[in-house]
Ligand binder design. Structure first.
Ligand code: TYC
Length: 119
């Protein structure tokens, strides 16, 4: 059988970078000691004049897994200060929580608003 001059031969297993700039030339390598932590996002809840306090407490318990005492305290903090952090999550989870808040509030005719902010 004739030798194919274009045949690169059997694939070679990739080698770890040697650290030698001559051996490693042409290959961009990056080493990290640990896997990067994904960025986190705060879910903010905003005060308004119409959403009932009991509904906000219920939502903080169900959507944000707060205890009844934590939910009541946080609701009052938002009521007094205008805004509060309901929880901190990776982006996709934070966005889902915001959508759930808006859906639950809209279904009951409450104007409650939530938003996401990078930590
Ligand atoms: N301010 C509302 C009231 O007096 C209660 C409330 C608290 C509304 C927190 C929204 O995010 C909120 N009924």
């Amino acid at each position: 059988m004739a030798q194919d001059p274009n045949d690169p031969g059997p694939p070679r297993a990739p080698r770890a970078p040697s650290g030698d700039p001559v051996q490693d030339r042409g290959v961009a390598t990056q080493t990290r000691k640990r896997v990067a932590r994904p960025p986190r996002f705060k879910v903010l809840l905003y005060n308004d004049d119409y959403t009932p306090m009991e509904f906000v407490v219920h939502l903080l318990e169900r959507v944000f897994r707060k205890s009844p005492a934590e939910a009541t305290e946080l609701m009052l903090q938002i009521h007094r200060s205008g805004m509060g952090v309901a929880g901190v999550y990776v982006l996709e989870v934070a966005e889902t929580k915001v959508a759930t808040v808006h859906k639950m509030a809209e279904e009951r005719g409450h104007p409650l608003r939530a938003g996401v902010e990078k930590e």
